[in-house]
Design a protein around this ligand. Structure first.
Ligand SMILES: C[S@@+](CC[C@H](N)C(=O)[O-])C[C@H]1O[C@@H](n2cnc3c(N)ncnc32)[C@H](O)[C@@H]1O
Length: 282
């Protein structure tokens, strides 16, 4: 099979003179690839780095912020597997694989954990094979789908094969909901996913907070829109609304660095600019 017809071919994704995965428009910046650049990855193009640099001008700690968000993901997934006994995860807006993917964190605690990854970026699809390197006791699956069509995700055969929706599931929406406009009603999208899960399930969200620095956030929103990318930063109250009537786990919706910090270097004193929280369906 050649890279032309192998959707999982990993070679030369980021070779500026080389192959570009089918479906990728390198002239328009993309959230997954900008985020990859901030995290020090190599799966990004000039347009991603250019807008990423503009964001960096407005928010000098943006790279720390991306790392703090990843650290929040690690701590919440570890908490869910270790303290809450969760064995099933639905991770939507997975991103380009990096150190500490959801299944690696969860399966390090309980190798039998089952994880469904969902993303709609062709570059993430190219890397999906790395996300499917499950432990032999557990399993992982990848669904190429848009969160704006939650029913498609919920009715996907790969989800039915991997997760038992009669047993608790942790739904992780980490740094994705800001990529939906208010008029796409990300609250209803989230509610549709939540309603499909049984009691004992959990929801984890992180989201850039407008209220941390309204001026800087307005500047990055404007830059994103000019570049053809959706970005909706939101207030703490807006983020709390995502959790609806589920019971917030302590400490509630807080800057991600303050969500049960573990003392690792990325839980630093730099401003995080991301709200994060975890709630349980009783
Ligand atoms: C900023 S990255 C976050 C990655 C990871 N969750 C993390 O926090 O490290 C956002 C991810 O959401 C994905 N995404 C954006 N819009 C999406 C949509 N409508 N449906 C599914 N995935 C989407 C992007 O492709 C990207 O991989």
């Amino acid at each position: 099979m050649t890279k032309d017809n192998d959707p999982f071919d990993l070679s030369s994704v980021n070779d500026e003179d080389g192959w570009v995965p089918p479906g990728v428009n390198t002239s328009i910046p993309h959230s997954a690839r900008m985020y990859d650049w901030w995290l020090g990855g190599k799966d990004n193009y000039a347009s991603d780095r250019e807008l990423g640099e503009t964001f960096l001008q407005a928010i000098p700690s943006i790279k720390t912020m991306a790392k703090a968000n990843r650290a929040f993901l690690r701590r919440t997934v570890d908490h869910l597997a270790r303290e809450a006994g969760i064995r099933q995860f639905l991770d939507i807006g997975t991103g380009i694989p990096t150190e500490g993917n959801v299944h690696e964190i969860a399966q390090a605690v309980a190798p039998e954990c089952r994880v469904v990854y969902v993303d709609n970026d062709p570059i993430v699809l190219v890397h999906a094979r790395a996300l499917m390197s499950s432990s032999s006791e557990g399993t992982t699956a990848y669904i190429d789908a848009d969160v704006r069509c939650p029913e498609r995700i919920l009715n996907h055969p790969a989800l039915a094969r991997t997760l038992d929706l009669n047993q608790p599931v942790a739904l992780t929406l980490i740094a994705i909901l800001m990529l939906l406009e208010d008029d796409e009603d990300p609250w209803q999208v989230t509610r549709t996913l939540m309603d499909a899960l049984p009691s004992g399930s959990y929801l984890v969200i992180s989201h850039p907070g407008r209220d941390f620095d309204p001026q800087a956030m307005a500047a990055v929103e404007t830059a994103a829109h000019r570049a053809g990318m959706v970005l909706s930063t939101r207030t703490r109250q807006d983020v709390e609304r995502f959790f609806g009537d589920w019971r917030m786990v302590e400490p509630g919706v807080v800057p991600v660095t303050e969500w049960r910090p573990s003392g690792e270097p990325t839980s630093s004193t730099d401003p995080a600019y991301y709200w994060g929280g975890l709630a349980r369906k009783d």
